[in-house]
Design a binder for this molecule. Structure first.
Ligand SMILES: Cc1cc2nc3c(=O)[nH]c(=O)nc-3n(C[C@H](O)[C@H](O)[C@H](O)COP(=O)(O)OP(=O)(O)OC[C@H]3O[C@@H](n4cnc5c(N)ncnc54)[C@H](O)[C@@H]3O)c2cc1C
Length: 482
C-alpha cells in the first residue's frame, strides 16, 4: 500500500452516481470524513448530460431525463442545491397533439389517434360489440404499453387484451375519456379490477407506465447532470475518478478495497465502506467475508438494459411538422423519440433523442457496433421524419448502450411481477449490510430505476453508517489509519 492517504478517511463510498454522492455529502454533514472512489473518468453514473458542440451547445440526456411530481426526495435535493429555478415542465411521450404513434401499419398523429386506436382494439379483440369508452381506454393503454414497455410485456398485454376489454366494459370509464384521450392513471386508480386483468409482470410495470406518461413531470434546463455536479462540488474531498474497485474483502476491523487505475494504489483498507456499485457489476468482482445469502442476492438480482441514441441536428426540423415537443412512438427498433426544446442559440442546432429503448429492445440495438446502431436508428427515423434524409441534416450522433457499459451492465434493477411485500423483502436483502460493508443505490429500493430510489437508499445507508460509527466509538471527523 502506498502512503497517499497518511490518514485514511473513515468511510469510502464506492461509486459517484447520485446515491454515492448524496451519501457522501450527508455523511460529511454528520461530521464524518469521506472519500468517493469512482471507476469512470466522469461522475454522475446513470445521470449523464451530453453537450453537443461546446459548452453552450444543445444537450442530450443519455441517462435520466425527467423527474415525476411524486419524487419528493429528488425534488427536495433539486431545491437544496439551488436548482429549483432551473425546473421546467417535461413534455412526455405522446403528450403533444402532433406527436406520432404507430397504430397497426400506420403512423398517426395523437390528435387523430382515437378512431384508429378504437378500430384496432376492436379488431384485435376479434370484433363484437364493445362500449366506446372501453375501446378507447384499452386502445390508449395498449398504445402506451407498445410505446414504453419492452417486447416481453407488450406480448403479455396483447395476449390479455380481451380480458382487459371485458373488465373495462363493466366499469364506468366515461369520467376518464375525453376528447379522444384517456386518463390512464385516473382510470387504473379508480378501478383496481383493470390492473387485476393484466398479467402480474405487466401489472407491476403499470406504475412506471402511468408515471412516465402522466402529467406534472419536470426536467432541469441545462441538463440533469447539474444535480450530481452540484453535490460533488459541495464535497470536502474531490471525487477520485479512474479508481476502479476490483475486489472487496470484509474483515473484522475494516474493508479492504482492491483497486485498478492509473497511479492508483493496489488496495486500501477503510473502517467503513458504502458500496453503490450496481449488482450487475459487483457480481463480477471478488467478494470475500460476505454471507452466502448476500452473494446469492448480488448474483441473482434481475437487471434490464437501456439504449439511447441522440442526434445533433442542424435545426429543430420537427417544428416544421407541427411538433412542439413531447415524444413519438414509431415502434420498430426506435420505439421512443423525444423532441427536447431548443434553449440556446438556434445556430448551434438542436438535440433530438432519436431512440430510447429498454430491455430486449435495448439489447437489440446495444449489441450492434455504434456505427451500425446509429444507421439502424436513422434508417427508421427517416420514415418518421423524412426531413432527416436531407443533406447535412445531422451533425453528429452519439449513443449509450447501458447494458454494454463496463460500469453498469444494465439500466436498472427490475422487480417486475413481485408483490409489494416481496419487493420490500428483496430490497431489504439487497441493502442488508455485511459487517462494515454497507449498500445503497437504486437497486436497494423496493421501487428501483429512478433517481429518487438512489437518494432514498443513500439516506437509509447514511443513518445506518452514522449509528454504526457512533456505536463503534469512531470519533466523527477523525480518520482511521489503515
Ligand atoms: C437510460 C436511462 C434513463 C433513465 N431515466 C430516468 C429518469 O428520467 N428519471 C429518473 O429519476 N431516473 C431515470 N433513470 C434512473 C436513474 O438514472 C438511476 O436510477 C440513478 O441515477 C442510479 O443512481 P445510482 O447512484 O444508484 O447508480 P449509478 O448512477 O449507476 O452510480 C453507480 C456508480 O458506480 C460506478 N461504478 C461501477 N462499477 C464500479 C467499480 N468497479 N468501481 C468503482 N466505481 C464503479 C459507476 O461508474 C457509477 O458512477 C434512468 C436511467 C437510465 C440508464
Amino acid at each position: 500500500m502506498n502512503g497517499t492517504d497518511a490518514v485514511r478517511p473513515a468511510v469510502a463510498v464506492l461509486g459517484a452516481g447520485i446515491s454515492g454522492l448524496v451519501a457522501a455529502w450527508e455523511l460529511e454533514r454528520r461530521g464524518h470524513d469521506v472519500v468517493v472512489l469512482e471507476a469512470d473518468a466522469r461522475i454522475g453514473g446513470r445521470i449523464w448530460t451530453h453537450r453537443f458542440a461546446g459548452p453552450d451547445g444543445p444537450v442530450a440526456e443519455l441517462g435520466a431525463m425527467r423527474i415525476p411530481p411524486d419524487h419528493t426526495l429528488t425534488l427536495r435535493y433539486v431545491d437544496r442545491l439551488g436548482l429549483g429555478p432551473r425546473l421546467r415542465p417535461f413534455a412526455t411521450i405522446l403528450s403533444e397533439p402532433d406527436n406520432r404513434l404507430r397504430v397497426g401499419r400506420r403512423l398517426v398523429r395523437v390528435r387523430d389517434a382515437a378512431g384508429p386506436l378504437t378500430d384496432d382494439t376492436r379488431e384485435r379483440a376479434g370484433g363484437g360489440p364493445h362500449r366506446p369508452d372501453a375501446l378507447l381506454f384499452t386502445g390508449w393503454l395498449h398504445a402506451m404499453v407498445r410505446a414504453i414497455a419492452p417486447a416481453e410485456l407488450r406480448e403479455l398485454a396483447r395476449r390479455d387484451l380481451g380480458k382487459l376489454l371485458a373488465v373495462a366494459g363493466r366499469v364506468d370509464l366515461a369520467p376518464f375519456v375525453d376528447d379522444g384521450r384517456a386518463d390512464l392513471g385516473g382510470a387504473l386508480a379508480a378501478h383496481p379490477g383493470l390492473r387485476a386483468a393484466c398479467d402480474p409482470r405487466l401489472e407491476s410495470f403499470l406504475d412506471d407506465l402511468v408515471r412516465e406518461s402522466g402529467p406534472g413531470m419536470v426536467r432541469l434546463a441545462g441538463g440533469m447532470a447539474q444535480l450530481t455536479d452540484a453535490v460533488a462540488a459541495r464535497l470536502r474531498r474531490p471525487v477520485r475518478t479512474r479508481h476502479e474497485v476490483t475486489a472487496l474483502d470484509v474483515r473484522a476491523d475494516g474493508v479492504r478495497v482492491a483497486l485498478a487505475g492509473p497511479r492508483v494504489p493496489a488496495a486500501l483498507t477503510y473502517p467503513v465502506v458504502l458500496c453503490t456499485i450496481p449488482f450487475s457489476v459487483l457480481r463480477r468482482l471478488r467478494l470475500t467475508g460476505v454471507s452466502a445469502d448476500k452473494l446469492a442476492a448480488v448474483r441473482t438480482l434481475d437487471y434490464g438494459a437501456a439504449t439511447k441514441v441522440a442526434l445533433h441536428c442542424r435545426e429543430a426540423f420537427w417544428t416544421g411538422d407541427g411538433i412542439a415537443g413531447g415524444g413519438s412512438a414509431p415502434g420498430g427498433r426506435v420505439r421512443q423519440t423525444y423532441y427536447p426544446p431548443v434553449e440556446g442559440d438556434p445556430d448551434d442546432g438542436a438535440a433530438l433523442l432519436g431512440s430510447y429503448t429498454i430491455a430486449e429492445d435495448a439489447d437489440a440495438l446495444g449489441h450492434l457496433p455504434p456505427a451500425r446502431r446509429h444507421a439502424a436508428v436513422l434508417g427508421e427515423l427517416r420514415d418518421l421524419h423524412p426531413a432527416l434524409g436531407g443533406p447535412a441534416a445531422i451533425r453528429e450522433t452519439v449513443s449509450v448502450a447501458w447494458g454494454e457499459r463496463r460500469w453498469h451492465r444494465g439500466c436498472a434493477a427490475r422487480r417486475w411481477g413481485l408483490t409489494e411485500a416481496a419487493r420490500v423483502r428483496e430490497a431489504e436483502r439487497t441493502a442488508c449490510p455485511q459487517g462494515r460493508l454497507f449498500f445503497a443505490g437504486e437497486h436497494c429500493s423496493a421501487t428501483p430505476a429512478w433517481i429518487n430510489a438512489g437518494i432514498e437508499t443513500a439516506l437509509d445507508a447514511v443513518e445506518r453508517i452514522d449509528a454504526f460509527l457512533r456505536r463503534a466509538g469512531d470519533r466523527p471527523g477523525a480518520g482511521a489509519s489503515a
